[in-house]
Design a protein. Sequence first.
Length: 271
Amino acid sequence: MIAAGITAMSKKLDSIEESQKNILNFLEKDKEAKLKGNLNFLLNVFNSYKLNWNNATFRASQHIKTQDIKQESDQNIAFYNSIINDALKKKKILISKLDVKKNMQKIVSYFSNYRLAIYLYAFASYLEIILLENFDANFLNSISSKIQDESFKYADLYTKAYTMLETMASSSLESAAIKGVAIASQGLGKAIERIPLVERGQLDENLIAASRKLEEYKVESVDDLLAALRFMSNCQIKQFVELIEAVNELHNGEPTILVDNNENVYVQLAC
């Protein structure tokens, strides 16, 4: 069972390292040393477990720090969920693009920490299972459900935040001004077309083309403001849920086990 569990862990290592790399790359901009340290600690425990799975001292010592990270992350999840909800309730009738950027920076920072808190919680929860060697089905199901519930809450709040900020960016004073100039330019170009003595010439074509460029600039500006938030769309905890489900299937399910002529053992999990 331990060997099969370690094999399942090894198969998930690439995806865990990739998701952690993405999170660390973003955190480097904010110099969040402690958070990066927690991430690296959990990854080190993950890598070291296969060499120390039968070392009770290793499991006990690593479990203490892992549990601390889990508890701290659980508190941070509640905190950032609350602070983002509060931030979304503050609305202004007329805002500038600078106001939108300031709001965006705050929201992106909050979501960065919120996402990391869920990621750390999921990672620490899985490691706590294997360090404690508690494979009770009810215990595993409760942890898996908790992680997925937090992921759903994150996705719901992210959707609300993205929709609101997109609306704010699109309706900012500068965007409205650009749209007004674009409409005016296009209208002037079409008006020139209707003057009998003026042929369809370069002037009206330039005005119409300019209006299109202004509209394109408006869309690109809004898109730039939302690009950072789109990076936060996924809290990347799927691999930990799958690992917990694999452990549950190994210890409490009915995995298919095959042995070939060379005495190699193959385990097929339902998940």
